[in-house]
Design a protein around this ligand. Structure first.
Ligand SMILES: [Zn+2]
Ligand SMILES: [Zn+2]
Length: 293
């Protein structure tokens, strides 16, 4: 593994490491290509957050929403006013290190319908080279809509629907941690099997690779219901991916300059081998819908 397209910086508020520190970390880890993919900065984000107020179901939910509102998303994503500086720093660093490493500008983005035109404009204006799908939330960025918590049938179905709708847009070059819905969901039941099959069908049809994500290994083995396992990757999900032959990529999801280690690369490569998955050597950057002339 010499390429990694899933890299965060301190600008998301939950990662450490500047743009340059992450690039140096990747070079030290022996990487020759690096894609920068902070959680996407969203314009008018406070207005978006307010749409989550009716969904608040606990004091903790309210506290998180209030914090994100105060800091314009910091903690969960890059605040919109930081975007300009981030893009210009990456441009400079791309030039500075061009003989040592190839750098691409990307963002990790949810499927939020209200922002699809914005995503398209980032690709059209060449502000970014690519976007990757991080299906963290259903419709609204708030804890009550977080797909990494235990989901009920409706939550799992929404996860599957959002993923397929997103893949149909042509905006996303690959799908990060597609098994996030199993992070705290206990049983991989019929609904889970069905949405996994739907995700694979959609990924094959649109030629969108599914990512085995290192973030789950980093979080470590936990007790989930009566099971002791990693939050992700989830074996039953990847078994179906292997059977259906959907394309697969590896992603470090680095949140710190040390997260390009040999051990982490081995986690991903060994998992792919164990599950008999074929990792594709490269993938294309999707550019969304072509503009009419
Ligand atoms: Zn993510
Ligand atoms: Zn990420």
């Amino acid at each position: 593994m010499k390429e990694n397209y899933h890299t965060h910086t301190f600008r998301c508020g939950h990662a450490t490491g500047s743009e340059e520190e992450m690039i140096l970390g990747a070079m030290e880890g022996g990487f020759t290509t690096l894609g920068m993919s902070c959680h996407i900065p969203l314009p008018n984000f406070r207005k978006h957050l307010l749409r989550g107020v009716p969904y608040l179901s606990s004091f903790d939910n309210a506290k998180t929403l209030f914090r994100w509102f105060c800091f314009n998303g910091l903690g969960t994503r890059m605040p919109y006013p930081s975007k300009k500086e981030h893009l210009s720093i990456i441009k400079e660093l791309k030039e500075k290190y061009k003989d040592q490493i190839t750098i691409y500008q990307g963002f990790e983005a949810e499927y939020f319908e209200e922002y699809l035109d914005y995503y398209q404009s980032l690709l059209d204006n060449q502000e970014v080279d690519y976007l990757i799908l991080g299906n963290h939330f259903h419709k609204i960025c708030c804890d009550a809509c977080y797909n990494g918590f235990a989901l009920d049938k409706e939550g799992i179905e929404n996860y599957g629907k959002d993923a397929c709708l997103a893949m149909e847009t042509g905006l996303y070059s690959y799908f990060c941690h597609p098994d996030l819905f199993m992070a705290e969901t206990v049983e991989f039941d019929e609904t889970c099997v069905q949405i996994t099959r739907d995700i694979c069908t959609c990924a094959i049809k649109n030629n969108i690779p599914l990512e085995i994500n290192e973030g789950g290994f980093r979080r470590g083995i936990k007790k989930i219901g009566n099971q002791t396992r990693l939050p992700y990757p989830h074996d039953e999900f990847w078994k179906i991916v292997g059977e259906m032959g959907a394309p697969v990529v590896l992603g470090l999801d680095s949140h710190n300059p040390n997260e390009f280690s040999k051990k982490e690369v081995a986690d991903l490569e060994n998992y792919a081998k164990k599950m008999n998955l074929t990792v594709i050597p490269s993938f294309e950057f999707k550019k969304g819908k072509k503009k009419d002339c």
